[in-house]
Design a protein around this ligand. Structure first.
Ligand code: PLP
Length: 451
């Protein structure tokens, strides 16, 4: 299924800008990727071979050591990590409601139940101070999400997990290379789970995922679990899955990996540029993060009248996406858990206001300026206000009086509670209840968007 909402209308003039164009991103690597694919085809070995082993070793080294097990997707990485960690039926796993649905699907697929804890209103990451109160008698694991590419605060989570005897599984699907406490996201817990979906910071040309662990025994268990629970040829000691990172994807990832650091640096540079361009507008920018802590898988701002702003951007040929519009406790699939609007106000406000702008290392500064200009116009037309909870200090306006005027009007409206503001507990926008799996197309159209 294609997410048509991410496709901008076709304006006269500038070509449409998609949220993430996979083709533009690694165009220069095309000949080397084609050669790598050819090599695999010529070898006649497609599953569990030397390409996969080489990539697993390279990814482990890139992460600073430990073991890596390649699997079929990020969702499977989470599911298998939970299973290998002993989580199953009757267990609860604590995570955040404003993540991608697969975080919760993986918990369910492992036979457990997601429990939720609210997030820090500024960062959208797990609210450390709320974690202990959210633990239940059957909570067996904590599953923080490094959302949008920003590393969650892992040191305090490790401390809580150790003290409480809980498994710690990191969802690092969006955070390849994000650092916290000098260590990469995904290498703090018992398991770190990565997705290589095409639009990720490190993306394959299809599905793929990997699990990091420091434990050779856990890695061996994962290797069995991903391969029908097989311990020796046709000998099965546990019930497993078929979830392997195939040789073609591993070979492609092997070509791309040496470029990941440069791509992440470019993302950080473009994020700084966006900040400078957008700082005077009536919206909330991503919270400032220490150097290296955010690898900007997405550049998401927060606006109060999001759908109106999106429509106006689309009319100007600029696609946007929402990661993610419906908090998981309010998804129909999880209705049986009894979640209600207002249960997790910060996560709900986040889902109601977050707006992902076009962003990829392949964008030029002129693209960013075009988005910023269109956003300024869209905000002026809708008179959307900076979300009240996230209002940043207002720095000097480099973009002129008209925009300063807009900001002061909209701030006043927000303060006086005039329409246009989105408040915690507000139902998610109408018409998006049937939104498909986040950001997904069923094929890999050029407009394949960030997920
Ligand atoms: C936060 C998060 N967790 C898990 C996943 C699942 O990864 P995959 O799509 O590779 O199964 C994704 C990707 O969509 C994600 O963004």
């Amino acid at each position: 299924m294609t997410d048509d909402t991410s496709r901008p209308d076709e304006p006269a003039g500038d070509p449409p800008l998609s949220v993430y164009d996979v083709r533009a991103h690694d165009r220069t690597l095309a000949p080397r990727i084609a050669a790598a694919v050819e090599r695999v085809i010529a070898s006649g070995w497609f599953v569990l071979g030397s390409e996969g082993e080489r990539f697993e070793a390279a990814w482990a080294e890139w992460l600073g050591g430990g073991e890596v097990v390649g699997v079929g997707s990020g969702t499977d990485a989470l599911r298998l990590a939970l299973t290998a960690g002993g989580v199953g039926p009757g267990d609860g796993v604590l995570t955040v409601p404003n993540t991608a649905v697969p975080t919760a699907s993986a918990i369910s697929a492992a036979g457990a139940e997601p429990h939720f804890v609210d997030v820090d209103p500024a960062t959208g990451l797990i609210a450390i101070e709320k974690v202990e109160a959210a633990l239940r008698p059957n909570t067996r694991a904590i599953l923080p999400v490094h959302l949008h590419g920003r590393a969650a605060p892992m040191e305090p989570l490790v401390e809580i997990a150790r003290r409480r005897g809980l498994l710690l599984v990191e969802d690092a699907a969006q955070a390849h290379g994000a650092l916290t406490g000098g260590r990469p996201a995904g290498t703090w817990g018992d398991f770190g789970c990565f997705s290589f979906y095409p639009s990720k910071n490190l993306g394959a040309y299809g599905d793929g995922g990997a699990i990091w662990t420091s434990s050779p025994e856990a890695a061996a268990a994962l290797r069995r679990l991903r391969n029908y629970g097989q311990s020796d040829r046709y000998v099965h000691d546990s019930i497993g899955l078929n979830s392997r990172l195939d040789e073609i994807q591993a070979a492609i990832l092997g070509v791309k990996l040496p470029h990941l650091r440069a791509w992440n640096r470019r993302r950080a540079e473009l994020a700084r540029r966006y900040r400078a361009l957008l700082r005077s507008l009536p919206l909330a920018l991503p919270a400032e993060a220490p150097e290296g802590a955010h690898v900007f898988h997405l550049f998401a701002v927060r606006v109060s009248d999001r759908e109106a702003v999106r429509a106006r951007l689309s009319a100007r040929g600029i696609a946007t996406q929402v990661h993610y519009p419906i908090p998981i406790h309010l998804q129909r699939a999880y209705r049986h858990l009894g979640g209600r609007p207002g249960d997790f106000p910060a996560a709900e406000a986040w889902c109601a206001e977050t707006l992902s702008l076009p962003f990829s290392p392949a964008l030029a500064e002129a693209d960013l300026a075009r988005v910023a200009g269109a956003l300024a116009e869209a905000l002026a037309e809708t008179q959307a206000g900076t979300p009240a909870e996230t209002q940043a200090e207002a720095p000097a306006d480099p973009r002129g009086d008209a925009r300063r005027e807009t900001r002061s009007r909209t701030r006043n409206r927000t303060r006086s509670g005039a329409p246009g503001g989105v408040h915690p507990g507000t139902e998610t926008p109408a018409g998006r209840a049937e939104h498909p799996a986040p950001g997904r197309g069923d094929g890999l159209a050029p407009e394949t968007e960030a997920s």
